[in-house]
Design a protein around this ligand. Sequence first.
Ligand SMILES: Cc1ncc(COP(=O)(O)O)c(C=O)c1O
Length: 405
Amino acid sequence: MFQLDSHPSGRHFLQIPGPTNVPDRVLLAMGRPTIDHRGPEFARLTLEILDGLRPVFQTEGPVVIYPASGTGAWEAALVNTLSPGDRVLMFETGQFATLWRALAEKLGLVVEFVPGDWRSGVDAAQVEARLAEDRAQAFKAVLVVHNETSTGVTSGIPAIRQAIDRAGHPALLMVDTISSLGSIDYRHAEWGVDVTVAGSQKGLMLPPGLSFNAVSDKALAASRQARLPRAYWRWDEIIAANRQGYFPSTPATNLLYGLHEALAMLREEGLQAVFARHQRHAEATRRAVRGWGLEVLCRNPDEYSGALTAVLMPEGHDADAFRREVLARFDMSLGTGLGRLAGRVFRIGHLGYFNDLMLCGTLCGVEMGLAQSAVPHARNGVAEALAFLQESGESTATTAQKRAA
Ligand SMILES: Cc1ncc(COP(=O)(O)O)c(C=O)c1O
C-alpha cells in the first residue's frame, strides 16, 4: 500500500530538477473547491491567468495551456505547425533533446540530429552553417532545448536566432523551456522564438500536469497550412475558446488555481529578482562542487545552468548508490543521471521555490552523503558556498526587508 508519510520527521528535501518544491500558498490555493468550468468565475480565472502568463514568457501573443506533462506540449508544438515528412534540425544536447527527437520521428518528421557531447549547448555557428547549406530550404524548423535538464547546460537562444537570420533561412524556431521558464531569463518575443514549450512543475512551482505553448504570428500562420493530424492539441480551437475565458474540453481547474497563485508570487518577487536568485544559488552550488574537488558536468562557463547543477562522480563510484544513501540517511532526493549519464552524474536542483537556507541544507546533505558513501572529496564545499552566500547576500534582501525599508 502506497504511503506518502513514509518520510521521517521534518520536511523532505526535493532537490531533483523538477518537479520542484510546491509553496504552501500554491498547495492551499489548489485545495479550494472545484468550480464549474463553464461558469462566470472560471472565465475570470482563465483571463487573469492568461494575462499573468504572458509577461512570464515575455510575449504579447497567445499562450496555450494544456492539461498535460511537458511531452504533450512538445507534441502540440510540432503537430500544429508541421506536415508529414517535413525536415527539422535538432542538436544532441542531452537526454531531453534525444527524447524530443524520438517524438518528432514517431510523428513522421525527418530529423537531422547534430551530435553533441552532453556537456555543451547548441553551437550557433553549426546552426548557421547547416542552414546556409540548405539552399532548398528543406528544414521547416529548428528545435532547441534551452536548459538541458539532464546536463545542466543552457544554450544561448539569441545567438541561435541570429544564426538563423544570418543564414537567411525561414525555418521556425521552437524552444523547450521546460526547466528554464520562471528560473532563467527567457524572452519569447524579443528573441524571435516561434513556439516556446513549457511545463508547470519546475520554475512555475506547481505540481506536474500543465504545459504550455507560447506562439508567434509566424507559427500561427504555419498552423493554417500544417497537415500533421491533430485534434486535442489544436491551437485554434483553444485560442478561440480562451477569448471568453473557457476551454474546448475540461481544464485542470485546481492546477489552474495553483497557477494563478504561482503567477502572483512571481510578480511579487519580480522576474528579474527571481532570475538573480537562481543565478546566485547556482554559483554557490558550483563553488561547493569545486570545494569538494568534484567536477561540474557543464564544460563552458557561459552555458552554466541557473536551474540545476550536474556533478560528475569520481571514476569507480556509482552516483545512484550515493543518491540512495542520501535519500535513506538524510531524506533528500537528488536527480539521477539520465541516458548515457546514468550512474555517472547526480544532479542538484536549485530552482523554483527555494532560498539560501534550503540551499545550505541541500549542500550539507550532499557533503555528508559523500562522506557516508566514502566518495573521495575535500570537506570544503559547504564552507565555500556559505562564504559566497554571505558575501553576495547584501543585494538579496528578502521581500519583507525591502517592504520594511
Ligand atoms: C527540458 C525538458 N524537456 C522535456 C521534458 C519532458 O517533460 P515531461 O516529463 O513533463 O513530459 C522535461 C522533463 O523533465 C525536461 O526537463
